[in-house]
Ligand binder design. Structure first.
Ligand code: ATP
Ligand code: MG
Length: 595
């Protein structure tokens, strides 16, 4: 089963936001449901964003609506084209988990128009419905609306609802904290308009003037205390170049971008709840044709044993504590993808955790469950030995090779069978032998028997040691009648272990990942980096069955009894590199159960 195989839609979840949307659909409140996912391109997307993507695109899909991907790019100094591109790739990858959507497809060059020629509220209607265009889910940019947003700012000024303020940033903060009116609050609309136009024309240096909404400095909600809506930033923007030296603040740009795109349900995380009065105030004050978009808030995802803030993730990257944003230990979508997790399992995870109003830490086991559940169904089974020790079967003829049948996926009969070579010299897992076995050790021990998967029962007759006393080889004999079809094929021994034929094995660099942090909530520590797990990556050279030579990036593999693996993008012809996506749930080694 390849990753491109589209699965049928999973049952739609239900939560308080979907209930609201369903009610709006029932009462025909809007011509169409329209959501958006609005990342700021100042870092890579993480699994928290995945929750938001699944919610916004999911709602659009379930209610026959549309979801826009919008770059919320109002801060030229922190944003970068690299992030724009990674966001686009990550969202595309994630929503490819849905086979049937036509979501957020934007015809090239078309920008939304909120109001039609006749002055009525016009909903922007994307015309593209060709599923082949999906890989090109094209983002919208808040910065594409800078002209319109600027016009709206002038309108506010003309209505006496915005003023140019000459306080410094520090003074502004202090005045707002202390509920004090700015001395510039009562400038006339004419004077404000003149100053604002000169701000735009580049007459003033950064930080010397701002445009502020004129609301209520005594409001108990600090966001309503004459908040900044424009600031001066003489900086080049990744999308608009040098066209602007004033930039709208998030709160001003966001509600207006929502409005311009015809968004009906503007869904964001709980910390924006206190911004909602401002969101509504701006749209109301401009007396825009109805209907207006409305903001709804849900609890952000916080996941155990990792951090989710872009600022902290950026530190890990910049200080080379990981290999990059797509390091498979990172909680970024690109890291998770590189590790071998499928979009379907992330989507299932997002659906399993649900949408609530309460912030809390989600147990990483919930994510692990979704990943295992998905990989168990799709992964091709293979034999590979991660920490090899040599075994010689002394009663097996030298030079003889048998091709034995092995099942590709017990969960999926259509995956068929393959042949694996058996010969006199093999590798088994070092841990599958114990010279002094602990109680209930059912694998190989001196004088003991074990079954080799798909092959014979062997007995350990002798251990060979080097000068330091380390075991270098096990000499065994096989019950040559015990393989499938043989006289003693049904004979039971307590343990079954995996193996590879030494002469046929292919080497692979295998990257064994563990949790990146050692504590459940590293973000709550004074220095989150002090809780980094020094053992989060172990690299071994594994001995793999020969069919893995042809491993494909879109396949997933289960090394039997060990873990799930996927090909890493560092692989080259002749050099296999595999990432451990996740260990098996029911593996015998408790230690190995970690994600
Ligand atoms: P950070 O705080 O990590 O810098 P952010 O919230 O500033 O992230 P944005 O790019 O603004 O990142 O986020 C885009 C969208 O994703 C927003 O709607 C935001 O609410 C949502 N989002 C961000 N983080 C999470 C999270 N942990 N869980 C759910 N949704 C999230
Ligand atoms: Mg943000």
């Amino acid at each position: 089963m390849s990753l491109d195989n589209k699965e049928s839609a999973a049952p739609a979840p239900s939560d308080f936001i979907r209930d609201i949307v369903a009610a709006h659909v029932a009462e025909n409140k809007y011509p169409r449901i329209h959501t958006r996912f609005p990342p700021e391109p100042n870092g890579y997307l993480h699994i928290g964003h995945a929750k938001s993507i699944c919610l916004n695109f999911g709602i659009a899909r379930e209610f026959g609506g549309i979801c826009n991907l919008r770059m919320d790019d109002t801060n030229p100094t922190k944003e970068d084209i690299e992030y724009v591109e990674s966001i686009q790739a990550d969202v595309n990858w994630l929503i490819s988990a849905w086979a049937d959507d036509k979501l957020g497809l934007k015809p090239k060059g078309q920008t939304p128009k909120a109001i039609s020629e006749d002055g009525k509220r016009d909903f922007y209607l994307p015309a593209v419905t060709d599923a082949s265009a999906r890989s090109g889910l094209e983002p919208f940019y808040a910065s594409d609306y800078f002209d319109q947003i600027y016009d709206y700012a002038e309108q506010l000024i003309e209505k006496g609802k915005a003023f140019v303020c000459d306080l410094t940033p520090e003074q502004t903060d202090e005045y707002r904290r202390n509920a004090l009116e700015s001395p510039f609050r009562n400038r006339t609309p004419e004077e404000n308009l003149d100053l604002f136009q000169r701000m735009k024309a580049g007459e003033f240096p950064d930080g010397t003037r701002t445009l502020r909404a004129r609301i209520d400095v005594a409001s108990p909600n600090i966001w309503m205390r004459d908040p900044l809506i424009y600031r001066i930033r003489h900086a080049e923007h990744h999308h608009t170049g040098n066209k602007w030296c004033i930039y709208p603040m998030y709160d001003f740009a966001h509600c207006l971008s929502d409005y311009l795109e015809g968004i009906t349900h503007s869904i964001c995380t709980l910390e924006f709840e206190v911004h909602r009065p401002l969101y509504d105030w701006i749209l109301e004050s401009l007396e825009l044709p109805r209907p207006l978009p409305r903001q709804y808030e849900f609890a952000r995802l916080a996941l155990g044993y990792t951090v989710m803030s872009k600022r902290k993730l950026m530190q890990l990257v910049n200080e080379n504590l990981v290999t990059g944003w797509d390091d498979p230990r990172m909680p970024t979508i690109s890291g998770i993808r590189r590790r071998g997790v499928t979009p379907q399992s992330l989507r299932n995870f997002a659906y399993n955790i649900g949408i609530t109003k309460y912030n809390g830490l989600t147990d990483v086991a919930v994510l692990e469950y979704a990943i295992r559940d998905d990989l168990n169904k799709r992964a091709q089974r293979r034999l590979a030995v991660l920490r090899p020790i040599k075994v010689t079967i002394s009663n097996y003829p030298e030079g003889k090779v048998e091709e034995l049948d092995a099942v590709n996926n017990p969960e999926d009969e259509s995956a068929g069978k393959r042949k694996i070579p058996f010969s006199r010299e093999l590798f088994i897992e070092r841990d599958d032998f114990a010279e002094v076995p602990p109680p209930k050790f059912f694998r190989l021990k001196p004088g003991g028997e074990v079954r080799l998967k798909y092959a014979y029962i062997i007995k350990c007759e002798e251990t060979v040691k080097d000068a330091d006393g380390h075991i270098t080889e096990l000499r065994c004999t096989a019950d040559l009648d015990s393989k499938t079809g043989g006289a003693t094929a049904a004979r039971k021994v307590k343990g079954t272990i995996h193996w590879v034929s030494a002469a046929h094995a292919v080497d692979a660099e295998v990257r064994l990942y563990d949790r990146l942090f050692t504590v459940p909530d590293p973000g709550a520590e004074e220095d989150f980096k002090s809780t980094l797990n020094p053992h989060s990556l172990e690299i071994v050279t594994a001995k793999c069955e020969p069919s893995l030579k042809d491993a494909k990036p879109e396949e997933r593999y289960q090394f039997e009894r060990m873990a799930y693996f996927a090909l890493d993008l560092d692989s080259r012809p002749g050099k296999l590199v595999l990432n451990r996506t996740i260990t098996l749930k029911d593996t015998w080694a408790k230690e190995a159960q970690k994600w």
